[in-house]
Design a binder for this molecule. Sequence first.
Ligand code: URA
Length: 204
Amino acid sequence: GPSLAYEHADAETLDELRDDAQSCQRCDLYRNATHLVFGEGPRTAEIVLVGEQPGDKEDQAARPFVGPAGRLLDQCLDEAGVDRDRCYVTNAVKHFKYQMRGKKRLHARPNAGEIQRCAWWLGAELELLQPKLVVALGATAVSSLLGTKVKVMRDRGHILHSSAKLDVLVTIHPSALLRIREADERERNRAAFIQDLKKVTRFL
Ligand code: URA
């Protein structure tokens, strides 16, 4: 299972932690990424949003959720009445993992070992932030925060208690919406995602 607080970071602030993360070699993903993408947002944030890993755009900008998935996340947060600027936004894995296809860098899923090694950084962020609610966006974040027994499609919309004693809202990843081709199905899932995100407003 996930063990986020088994070992403590030396960093006493998020800025220190971010600096420490820059030289991370806990797994091999640092080798091919352009930037480490750390979390960002107010250190007083009561809500932490956790995605999977930076995408192509995030890797270049060194900022989380600034590409297509980020734009969709922003729209859905807005419709749910959640101000992104009041949230701390981060990822379960902090380097972009990809495969080359021609000249394109195509997203590749982080494996269990990569998720587990990077959970150390996520755990340290959460320990410093002490949020009221963590929102796990998709299977990678869910696995990092709650372990592999929790299933996104079965448990979405529920707030579960993590072993690190955090309340974690399970929901889908906005990229999953981008992959649905059928318009009605996409709209249904988008509406359900917004319903899930509305639960965040109770914690604001
Ligand atoms: N997808 C994620 O999970 N995180 C990002 O930062 C961008 C896309």
